[in-house]
Each structure stands twice: as C-alpha cells, then as structure tokens.
Design a protein around this ligand. Structure first.
Ligand SMILES: Cc1ncc(COP(=O)(O)O)c(C=O)c1O
Length: 479
C-alpha cells in the first residue's frame, strides 16, 4: 500500500508530458487537467490493477490518461444526474428579445385604416413586391435604392430557395435553365449555414467546399473555380458575422468577389446578409457594399442580396426582402407574380410603423445587443478558462451574429455532441456546418448562445467543456 501510494504521488509530482514528450495522436496539455488529489490517483491505480491492465498502465502516459478519464467520467455522471434539458442547437432569439417587439402587435387594430403610404389597402390582394415604406426600410438596411428591393414573406431563406428554384426553371441571360445544364455546382464556404447546404441537396446541386479564412472564403480558390468551370453557377456567402464563425468579409474579399470573371454567364452570388445590423459588441464591424463594388466592374448582375427582420422582430413572423439589379429583378418579379398575388402587407405595415426608420432600428438592435452580449461572454469565458492554454481547442470571438464556432481535436466533434446530448444538452449536430453534413475532420461544433438563460448557459458550458475534455482523452486512449 505504501509503495503504491509512493508510486502515485511520484507520478503526481512529475510533469510527464512536458515539452519534448508528445502524445501519439496529438499533444494534449495534460497539466491543465491534472488530478489534484493523491487519493484519487491511488484509487485509479487500484482500478487499473483490478482490471488486469496494470502492466499496460506502467506506460505512464496511459495511466495518466486513465486517471483523467475516470475523473472526467465521474464529473460527467454527476451532470447526467442533474437531468438537464438545454438547447443550444439553433440561433433562436430568447424570450426577452422577442418581447422587445411585442408592442408591434398592438399597432394595427380593427380601428386602423390599414393603408400604405401610397393608399394601397394592405388588407386586400395586390402589390407583389412590397409596399413602398417597407421597401425603403430594407433599402436602408441593405444600402440599396428602394427600386432594387423586393419585399417578400416571412423568411429570407424561403426567398433564397425560390431564387434558386427560379433559375433552375427559367434561363438567365439567354442561358438554358440550370436544370437543363446537367449537374451544376455551387461554391460553399465552410463551415457555413446548414440550411444553405440543404437547399443544394434538395435541387441536386453539387456543393464544392471552399475553406473559410479570417477574412472570408479562400478567394484564390473561388477565382479559380469560377473562372474555369462553367458548371459553377453560384456561391453562398454570409458576408457579415458569418454563420457559424462570425467572420465579416474584408474589403478586399468583397472587392474580389465583385470583380469575379465567371466562365458561366449565369453565375450568381447569393449574398445572405442575415446579420447586417446584428452587433454583439459596442463596436461592430463594417461590410463593404457589394452592389456598389459590383457596379464598378459591370458586374451588378452577380449579387442577389437577402435579409429579413427574423432577428430584429419575430423569427418566423418577420418580413424578408431581397435586393438585386434591374435585370435580375425582372426575372424574379415575373416568378413572384405567378407564385403569389401579394405577400402579407399587413405585416409589412405593422413592421414599418413599429420600426419607423433606420436610426430607430439601430436603437432597437442595441437592446438586442445588450441581451446577447453577456450570453456570449459566458460562452467565451468558459472556453477561455478551460482551454486558453491549450492549442487543441480553438474558437472564434465574434463581434456580432448568433454563433460561436469551436474546433476540437480532429475526430472528436461527433463524440462531444453525443456526450452533451446524453447529459441533456442539445447542440447543432456535428458535421451540419459542412455540405452533406460531412465535416471531414469531425472537428467543428457550432454553439448558439442566444436562447438559454445566463444560468442555463453557465451550466451548459461547464458540461460542454467537460465533454470536450472527455472526448479528447477517450480519443487519445484509442491510439
Ligand atoms: C445565415 C442565415 N441566413 C438565413 C437565416 C434564416 O433567415 P430567415 O428567418 O429570414 O429565413 C438564418 C437563420 O439562422 C441564418 O443564420
């Protein structure tokens, strides 16, 4: 017994995995996770002895890892016993955010005349592309003229889907419709937004993964694909506070996109500006206006720009819009005029009366910011506390948007997500941030801090960090 104790305390007092001794698969910073109690070590040693693995364990690294694993599992079991039921899977605004816009519901009543500025009765049919004051509102958000705007229904994703559907079935610039051009391709900066990728799958369009950099997608790769391959018809871009990494495209990236020389004359940039005014920090980031840049290269037919009030007012009951060149609008208006006799103008009117003008919207967004900032701080604080010293776990520190993107050791993301789920915390499925749900590295995890309360987030992040450590230790023990 004394011998065993001495052995263990020797182990605990040594730094076995300091510089120069790297683990087989990756370099865990073991010292971060060192068991602090000698009793615990003794317990593990007996455990190992009992299981007959002692000789194997005399490889100190494995002993060390087993100790860590047991300790982490012990904590994990405690979490499981709490019966948590938390959801950080989607970027959903929380109740307090929703409440910021509840007054809007009292703006239009049975007493209201429900007339738009041009006299149109918003209760009746008509006006396919939106009432003028709604167009003006979106023109301010997107930095485009009102004439370039089509106001749609409640979802910008729906407008993106419809736009692709439109180009699938009606040719652009004398080209055959995309559906008649064989297997076409879309560039997919990744990690990216899972629902963009799902639209491609639906239309049987081949996704081409383009890695993201700190300044936006890899532009060398994009220029190469776009200028050499006629089958490349589009690219998904979330240019400001990208989903999930929170990256804002640099001016140079926007300029290079605006100046593309596509081989396909029906190539389009799907510019999903979902987070155009969604800062988390006091000082947000600026995005160059792609339409203005495109005009400089006679490329105004490239971008189609989307946004909505889903994360300004009500997700699922907001108003969406797109902005595009005259020639693109012509094609899209034709489609919309067949597809609908007019979107919900009462909701447009209600939104304009509530949001008033661009300055007022910015004031409203400041209220969202104040709710979201402390939530992001909790998430980032936990990551910082647990992994700041480690090079194995990396994450972004976004100034806006709805997500924190975490990269764990390759091969561990799925395991982390499944461990979290088993203990009552739902995350976005690992792999979802890549086309076809396939992250080749199995490394990226998207965290959505907006919905849970601060105390729930605090608990969720403790569990998340624990699961990350456990999955990494398990992985290391496999080698
Ligand atoms: C990048 C991006 N685009 C679009 C959407 C959905 O927008 P909407 O509610 O307007 O359909 C989301 C929602 O999370 C998103 O992250």
């Amino acid at each position: 017994m004394n011998l065993v104790k001495r052995f263990i305390s020797t182990i605990l007092s040594l730094s076995f995995f300091g510089p120069g001794v790297s683990a087989a698969g990756f370099a865990l910073n073991y010292e971060e996770f060192l068991p602090k109690s000698n009793d615990f070590g003794t317990e593990v040693f007996y455990c190992a002895e009992k299981s007959g693995e002692l000789t194997d364990y005399l490889s100190t690294k494995r002993l060390w890892l087993r100790m860590l694993e047991l300790r982490l599992k012990n904590d994990y079991e405690k979490f499981k016993s709490y019966g948590l039921n938390l959801d950080m899977s989607r970027g959903k605004p929380c109740k307090e955010q929703i409440n910021l816009s509840k007054d809007m519901l009292d703006i239009i009543t049975s007493e209201s005349d429900c007339k738009a500025a041009n006299g149109v009765d918003c209760c009746n049919y008509g006006v396919v592309d939106g009432i003028p004051e709604a167009k003006k509102l979106f023109s301010d958000i997107l930095g485009m003229s009102s004439e370039s705007i089509i106001v749609g229904g409640n979802s910008s994703l729906n407008m993106m889907f419809d736009t692709i559907s439109c180009f699938m079935f009606s040719g652009v610039n004398e080209n055959d419709p995309w559906i008649k051009q064989g297997k076409i391709k879309f560039l997919c900066p990744s990690p990216g937004y899972d629902r963009h990728f799902a639209i491609l799958e639906y239309f049987n369009i081949e996704p081409v993964v383009v890695p993201m950099t700190k300044t936006g997608p890899d532009m060398d790769m994009i220029e190469h694909f776009v200028s050499t391959d006629e089958k490349v018809k589009g690219i998904w871009c979330v240019p400001k506070y990208s989903n999930p990494q929170g990256i804002t495209y640099s001016d140079e990236t926007v300029r290079r996109l605006a100046a593309l020389k596509p081989k396909a004359s029906d190539f389009k940039i799907f510019w999903d500006n979902a987070y155009a005014i969604h800062d988390i920090r006091d000082e947000g980031e600026n995005l160059l206006n792609i339409m203005e840049e495109s005009k400089k290269y006679n490329n105004e037919n490239l971008p189609i720009i989307f946004c909505s009030t889903s994360k300004i007012t009500f997700p699922g009951a907001g108003v969406a819009a797109l902005g595009a060149s005259g020639s693109n609008l012509e094609i899209l208006r034709k489609k919309y005029s067949i597809q609908t006799i007019g979107y919900d103008k009462l909701n447009q009117l209600r939104h304009v009366k509530f949001l008033k003008d661009f300055n007022n919207i910015l004031g409203h967004m400041e209220k969202h910011r104040k709710i979201l900032e402390p939530k992001f701080d909790v998430v980032l604080g936990h990551l910082q506390k647990e992994f700041a010293e480690s090079k194995l776990v990396t994450w972004n520190e976004p100034k806006g948007g709805y997500f924190v993107s975490v990269n764990v050791v390759n091969g561990c993301a799925k395991r982390v997500v499944s461990l979290c789920k088993e203990a009552g915390l739902v995350l976005t499925p690992a792999g979802a941030t890549y086309p076809k749900g396939h992250d080749y590295d199995d490394s990226n995890i998207r965290i959505a801090p907006s919905y849970p309360s601060i105390s729930e987030l605090d608990m969720a992040m403790q569990l998340f960090c624990l699961c990350v450590k456990l999955a990494m230790v398990e992985k290391e023990l496999e080698t």
